[in-house]
Design a protein around this ligand. Sequence first.
Ligand code: KMH
Ligand code: ZN
Length: 304
Amino acid sequence: MKRKVVVSAAITGAIHTPTMSPYLPITPEQIARDAVAAVEAGAAEVHIHARDPENGHPSADLSLFREIVQEIRRDCDAIICLSTGGGQGMSVEERVSVVPEFKPELASLNMGSINFGMFPLAKKYKDWIYDWEKPFLEGTRDFIFPNTFLDIERILGIMKDKGTKPELEIYDVGHLYNLLHIMSENEGLLDEPIYIQFVTGILGGIGAAIENLVFLKSTADRLLGSDRYHWSAIGAGQMQFPICATAALLEGNCRVGLEDNLNIEKNVLARSNADQVMKIVNILSQFSLEIASTSEARQMMGLA
Ligand code: KMH
Ligand code: ZN
C-alpha cells in the first residue's frame, strides 16, 4: 500500500475549559457531532473525553461516554480511541472503566506519571464562566497525573482482555524506557505493531520542539526497531501544526484537535475540530501526502 497519513482528532480533552473557547464541545451531542465532522474532513481516528454538560468539567460518567460513542458509531466509521487519561481528580479505576464498558478499538494509555502542568493557562484569562475552571488549572501546580508501572500493567491487562489496542502516550523520552521495560517483562501483552503517540508541549513533559520529536523518534527506533511500531505526534499549543507536519514528513502520523490546541492560527480560535483537520489535510497535500481512510488506517495500525 502507498504510504498514507492517519489523521486523528482529539475532540475536547480535559485541559481547556469553557471560558477559553466557545467552540470547545461540551455536551455529548456537541462532542459526537464535532467528531463526525472531523471524520468527514479527513480524520480516521477520534480521541474522546467526556464533559459534564452542565458546566464543561471533565467527567468519567459512563452514561455520557455512552451517548457519545453511540452517536459516533451510528453516524460514521471512525476508529474510536477512548481516553483512559481522563482528567485531573479521577481515580485510575474511573479512568479505565471505559474499556470494559465499550470495548473500543483504541484507548489511550499514558506511559508514566507526570506533574501535568496546566496552571500557566490560568494567567491568560480574567473572567471565568464557571467557578471550577481557575482552581482546576491552578491546582495542577501540585498535581501528579498517576500512571505507575502497576497502573500501566493493570490497564494493559484489561485492554488485552477486551481486545482494545493501547495508544501509548509518550510525554518524554523516559517513557520510551518505561515502555521497553514493560514489554520485556510482559511478553505478549502488547500486540505489534504497537501504537505510539509522541506527546510534545505539555508542561511536565518534553517541549514541543522539532528536535525533540526527532529525538523521540530516533530513540524509539533504537530501542524498539522502526518496524515494530506505528506512530503519531501531538504538538500541544501553537506547535500543533509544525509538529504534525514534521511527523508526517518523518513517515509518521498526526493528531490535531481542540484537546491540545484551541487555535487555527496564532491568536485565532479554531471554530471546530474539523477546521483543524482540514488545515492539516491541506498542509499535507502541499507535500503530496495522502490521507488514510478509516479502513486504510485500520490496516496500518493492525486493527481488525
Ligand atoms: N491531551 C494529551 C496531551 C489521554 O487522554 O489519555 C494527552 C491525552 C491523554 O490525550
Ligand atoms: Zn486525551
